[in-house]
Ligand binder design. Structure first.
Ligand code: HEC
Ligand code: HEC
Length: 391
C-alpha cells in the first residue's frame, strides 16, 4: 500500500514537472482508446521522440539568431499530420508534402508543381529544410518567404498555399471544417491545445511548428566547418575561408570560388542569405515580375528571393521557374550566361554596368559543383521522424 502511495506521489511529481518540458518520460502518450482510433489512420510513435536540435558549434557566433526553444511535441506531431493530409485539398489528392518531398529536402522535382485537379503552378517549389534555420533573423534581414518574398511567416505562407487555387484551393473555413470532420484530429488537437477544437490559428500554428523542426545542420559542410572551427577555436567568420581538413582538394577549391563569387549574395554558411532578393541576370526581359510584382517598386521588378543553398544537390530543378535541370547548368549560367537587366545586382556587374560573367575553366566549374554538394544533409532527407504518418 505504502509503496503504491509513494509511486503515485513520485509519478505526480515527475508528471508535474514534466508538463512544462518535453514529455520524454511519459510511457503511454496516448490512452488505449486514443491509440485505437489513431491506429486506424496513422502511424505515430507510441512514445514521444524529441524534435529539439543541436546546433553545430561553428554557428555559435550567431547565438540567439538561430536558437529556438525545443518545440512542443504534440504541436509538431499535429503539424506533421496536417502537412501530409490530402483531405485538406479541394479534390483530396494534394497535401503540402505533394510539392515538398522529404527525400528532396522538402522541395519538388517538377519544374512547376501540380496542384489540385492537375492544375500546374507558375513557380518551382522551395526546399523547406532551410526555412526554420532563418528563425527570428527574418525580422533582422527583412528576408521573407516565397520567391517574391510575399509572406513573412510560415503561418501566413500556409494560408496562402492552402488557398492558392493552383495548390490546395481551400478557404481557411473549409480547412477547419474538414479537420473537424476527421476522427483523428480531435485527439491530436486535445494533446496540442488542451481541447479537441480546430480553428484557423491552431491549424496554421501547428503546421508552422512542424515546418520549423525541419532544420538541416548535418551536411558535410557543417561537419567540416565544425571540425575546423573547434580545432582552431576561432571566434569569427574568417575561419570559413581556410581550407577544411575534411574536404577534398577539389571541394576546397570550389569553396574558395564560392566564398569569393557567390557568398556575397547566398552567404558563407548557407543559412540566412546576405540579400533578401536580387536579380541574378536570368533574363533580359523577365516575364515574372517577382518581388516587384508584389511591391510595385521599379527597382524590384524582375528580382527574386535569394534562396538558401542548403541541400541544393537534392532540390533540382533550379531557379524560380525550374529552368535549370542540373547544378552544372546553374554554374554555366554564372560562368557565361548572366544577362543584362536594369535591376541586375551590382555583385554580378562590371564597373561599366555590363554583366560580369565569371568565365570559369572546366575544372573550376567541377570544383564549384563538388563544393555545392557538400551542402547536402542526407540525414534530414531520410529522418524517420518526418516520414508520412498516414497508413
Ligand atoms: C501544389 C504544390 C504546393 C503545395 C500543395 C504546397 N506548396 Fe509550398 N510551395 C510551393 C511552391 C511552388 C512554392 C514557391 C511559390 C512562390 O514562391 O510563389 C512554395 C513555397 C513554400 C514556402 C516558402 C519557402 C521559402 O523559403 O520561401 C513554404 C514555407 C511552403 N511552401 C510550405 C508549404 C506548406 C506548409 C504547405 C501546405 C499547407 C504547402 N507549402 C503546400 C508548392 C506547393
Ligand atoms: C547577385 C546575387 C547572387 C550571386 C552573386 C549569386 N547568386 Fe545564385 N541566386 C541568386 C538569386 C536572386 C537566385 C534566384 C533567382 C531566380 O530564381 O530568379 C539565385 C539562385 C541560385 C541557385 C538556384 C537555387 C534554387 O533553389 O533553385 C543556385 C544553385 C545558385 N544561385 C548558385 C549560385 C552560385 C554557385 C553562385 C556563384 C557562382 C551564385 N549563385 C551567385 C543571387 C545570386
Amino acid at each position: 500500500m505504502q509503496k503504491i502511495t509513494l509511486l503515485l506521489l513520485f509519478s505526480a511529481i515527475v508528471l508535474g514537472f514534466g508538463c512544462k518540458k518535453e514529455p520524454d518520460f511519459q510511457y503511454y502518450y496516448y490512452t488505449p482508446e486514443e491509440q485505437a482510433v489513431l491506429s486506424q489512420y496513422l502511424n505515430l510513435p507510441e512514445n514521444p521522440v524529441t524534435y529539439g536540435k543541436v546546433m553545430p558549434t561553428y554557428l555559435g557566433f550567431t547565438a540567439g539568431v538561430f536558437d529556438r526553444p525545443v518545440p512542443d511535441y504534440a504541436k509538431v506531431e499535429l503539424g506533421k499530420v496536417l502537412f501530409y493530409d490530402k483531405n485538406l485539398s479541394k479534390d483530396k489528392t494534394i497535401s503540402c508534402a505533394s510539392c515538398h518531398k522529404q527525400e528532396l529536402a522538402f522541395a519538388d522535382n517538377a519544374a512547376v508543381s501540380i496542384g489540385v485537379f492537375g492544375r500546374a503552378g507558375e513557380r518551382n517549389s522551395i526546399a523547406l529544410a532551410s526555412v526554420p534555420s532563418f528563425g527570428s533573423a527574418y525580422d533582422v534581414t527583412g528576408a521573407s518567404l516565397f520567391w517574391d518574398n510575399r509572406a513573412k511567416t510560415v503561418q501566413e505562407q500556409s494560408k496562402a498555399s492552402l488557398a492558392n487555387v493552383k495548390e490546395m484551393d481551400m478557404s481557411m473555413s473549409e480547412v477547419v471544417s474538414e479537420v473537424n470532420v476527421q476522427p483523428y484530429y480531435g485527439i491530436l488537437f486535445k494533446k496540442a491545445y488542451g481541447d479537441p477544437v480546430a480553428n484557423e490559428e491552431r491549424v496554421t500554428e501547428a503546421i508552422q511548428t512542424f515546418v520549423h523542426t525541419l532544420s538541416s545542420f548535418e551536411s558535410k559542410f557543417d561537419q567540416a566547418a565544425d571540425e575546423h572551427f573547434k580545432a582552431g577555436n576561432i571566434q569569427n567568420l574568417t575561419f570559413i575561408h581556410d581550407d577544411f581538413g575534411k574536404f577534398s582538394v577539389q571541394e576546397n577549391q570550389g569553396k574558395t570560388l564560392y566564398m569569393a563569387q557567390c557568398a556575397t549574395c547566398h552567404t558563407e554558411v548557407a543559412t540566412i542569405p546576405r540579400l533578401p532578393f536580387a536579380s541574378n541576370g536570368l533574363d533580359e526581359n523577365p516575364t515574372d515580375a517577382g518581388v516587384g510584382g508584389i511591391s510595385g517598386m521599379a527597382a524590384e521588378m524582375g528580382t527574386f528571393k535569394v534562396p538558401s543553398l542548403r541541400n541544393i544537390g537534392l532540390t533540382a530543378p533550379y531557379m524560380h521557374d525550374g529552368r535549370f535541370q542540373t547544378l552544372e547548368e546553374v554554374v554555366e549560367h554564372y560562368s557565361t550566361g548572366v544577362k543584362p537587366h536594369v535591376n541586375l545586382h551590382p555583385n554580378l556587374k562590371n564597373a561599366n554596368g555590363t554583366p560580369r560573367n565569371l568565365n570559369l575553366s572546366v575544372s573550376e566549374k567541377q570544383a564549384l559543383v563538388a563544393f555545392l554538394h557538400t551542402f547536402t544533409d542526407n540525414k534530414l532527407a531520410y529522418d524517420e521522424r518526418f516520414f508520412n504518418p498516414f497508413k
